[in-house]
Design a protein around this ligand. Structure first.
Ligand SMILES: *Cc1c(COP(=O)(O)O)cnc(C)c1O
Length: 549
């Protein structure tokens, strides 16, 4: 909901109440981009977007070739009808027909990936290759409702294996987990918040903890009338490499805190939680076995040796993953929710008062004969279609096919060639940006992910020019002035660095969505602005602070 403000004018009193996304719209207007983001507007450098400008080609080639094969299957299964009527693929002989198709199309992009995927599924995952091809062909044709509704069977096993590799890695992990395929990470959040509330696991007036700074929807949703939650912030500190101090984490010991929501690696700081903090939280959870953790690990695949809280506290944690960023697939709407088969959510459901259990019995009785035993994750599925429409729940099957192919692509890439290429890409952009600003990137912190960079003028300015200059800037300029001037004068759009509500001279630069030469330009614009501030400070105070080198 856009509040009306005068963009670019001197009056920015209204800006304080804007969310970062609303402020971004104002910045785009100031940069001459119009109210709606248009990537075609080439003269504007919009580094405010999280949407990557790269995408994974190989599993997409695989998708299209699989589609052609599935069409052949569909037309083969019916007597030829010139009106354009086809049928379902046939399970019998499917593998052999696929091999013929692959041989005929040898050398076509996507074919060798598909052949590799079929053998990976058979040899590494121990699944039946014919069943896999059948699920993929039926799925890509989209001719049946998604069954099972939570997720197609083999696709679930493939995605689970992918999540295991990327989110758990070498960390010990006992037992199995269920996966619900959803329309991206944002749908996951909507569904989870809703089901937690409908099932009395979190109610209005309850307290939750948020790891901040955080992706703003996590700040905005708990405030909504639907939820009315009290929020305790656990603040990661820039001076502490954006890690949480023990003192902050100790807030989780308060039994009033029912749940802890975090984004890891974080957005905007783009830093993964260090091992020390992960282990400290695991210690706290031993003391607080009832604590519900929701971890949004969308950026985990960009980190080095990532380990999710899901690996350390599997029974307490709801894992949210999205394919949007890593595969450059925001338009596909692909995400996953995972919960361990033994989890506190199901335990807490069983321990609800008789009255509440009776209410929930009624809520879910239309879909199962034993509603009391319905798992939390299956309640998510039912609630995602208002229970009554549960018979058509589930992610569209072509989406599940692309999700399975993305996962297989990553699983098969044992040298991590794709992952390393993406890391090289974003890190080289960061270097270009910092070089032009004139600040040496700090010694590489092993927890840095570099999907975003926060340019914190208070922190950087103090380290370069001392506290006095920073205090002067804070006192004599509007917090959003830097962002507006970058937008107006250099047509560079950044998102605010400190998220919601706080007024602070910092900006978030996405390193994922522009080309390296653009980051050079952004760096130059920032440097020019910094030099100018220093000049103004020198003039006003008669001091001589060096200009940015
Ligand atoms: C980009 C992003 C998402 C992605 O959501 P999708 O709906 O999958 O596109 C989720 N969480 C965070 C923290 C993000 O930055």
């Amino acid at each position: 909901m856009a509040k009306s403000t005068q963009s670019g004018s001197g009056d920015r009193a209204g800006m304080a109440s804007l969310s970062p996304f609303e402020l971004k719209d104002e910045l785009i207007k100031a940069a001459g981009g119009g109210a709606v983001e248009r990537p075609a507007n080439l003269s504007m450098l919009n580094a405010g977007r999280g949407n990557p400008n790269f995408l994974a080609t190989i599993p997409r080639h695989g998708f299209w070739q699989l589609g052609l094969f599935a069409m052949r299957e569909s037309e083969r299964s019916f007597a030829y009808m010139p009106e354009g009527v086809g049928g379902f693929p046939m399970r019998e002989g499917l593998e052999e027909r696929f091999e013929i198709f692959a041989r005929e199309n040898k050398g076509v992009p996507g074919i060798s990936f598909l052949l590799g995927a079929v053998s990976y599924v058979r040899d590494q995952l121990g699944l039946n290759a014919g069943d896999f091809l059948y699920e993929m062909c039926e799925g890509i044709l989209g001719s049946n409702y998604p069954v099972p509704d939570r997720m197609l069977k083999l696709s679930e096993q493939i995605v689970a294996q992918y999540l295991r590799r990327e989110m758990i890695g070498k960390h010990p992990f006992v037992g199995d987990f269920d996966v619900f395929a959803v329309e991206g990470g944002t749908a996951a959040m909507t569904y989870i918040f809703n089901t937690l509330r409908e099932n009395f696991l979190i109610s209005a007036g309850d307290t939750i903890a948020l790891g901040t700074p955080i992706f703003t929807p996590y700040i905005e949703i708990p405030r909504l009338n639907d939820y009315k939650l009290n929020v305790v912030n656990l603040e990661a500190d820039v001076a502490n490499g954006w890690q949480f101090s023990k003192q902050e984490l100790d807030k989780l010991r308060d039994p009033k805190v029912k749940a802890f929501f975090l984004v890891n690696p974080s957005n905007p700081p783009s830093v993964k939680m260090d091992t020390k903090s992960l282990e400290y939280i695991a210690e706290i959870v031993k003391e607080r076995p009832d604590l519900i953790i929701l971890t949004d690990d969308v950026y985990g695949t960009f980190a080095d040796d990532f380990v999710s809280l899901f690996a350390l506290c599997p029974q307490n944690t709801i894992l949210v993953y999205s394919y949007s960023k890593y595969f450059g697939a925001t338009g596909w709407r692909l995400g996953a929710i995972a919960t361990h088969r033994e989890n506190v959510l199901d335990k807490q459901l069983a321990a609800l008062s008789k009255e509440k259990r009776a209410q929930l019995h009624t809520r879910y009785e239309s879909i199962t004969t034993e509603p009391d035993k319905l798992k939390f994750i299956d309640r998510l599925v039912a609630d995602s279609r208002t229970v009554a429409l549960n018979h058509t729940a589930g992610l569209s099957t072509p989406q599940q096919v692309q999700m399975a192919l993305f996962s297989l692509f990553s699983l098969m890439d044992t040298p991590d060639a794709y992952k390393n290429a993406l890391k090289r890409l974003i890190r080289s952009r960061k270097q270009a940006l910092y070089r032009e600003i004139g600040i040496a990137p700090e010694v590489k912190d092993e927890n840095e992910v570099d999907y975003y960079a926060i340019l914190d003028m208070e922190y950087l300015g103090e380290r370069r020019h001392g506290r006095e200059l920073v205090d002067w800037i804070l006192e004599n300029t509007e917090a959003s002035e830097m962002l507006f001037r970058l937008a107006k004068e250099a047509r560079v759009v950044l998102l605010p660095g400190r998220g919601f509500g706080t007024q602070h001279p910092s900006g978030r630069v996405s390193l994922a969505n522009l080309n390296e030469s653009d980051y050079v330009q952004i760096g130059r614009a920032i440097r020019k602005l910094m030099d100018e501030y220093i000049e103004r400070y020198n003039k006003a105070t008669g001091k001589k602070s060096g200009t940015a080198k």
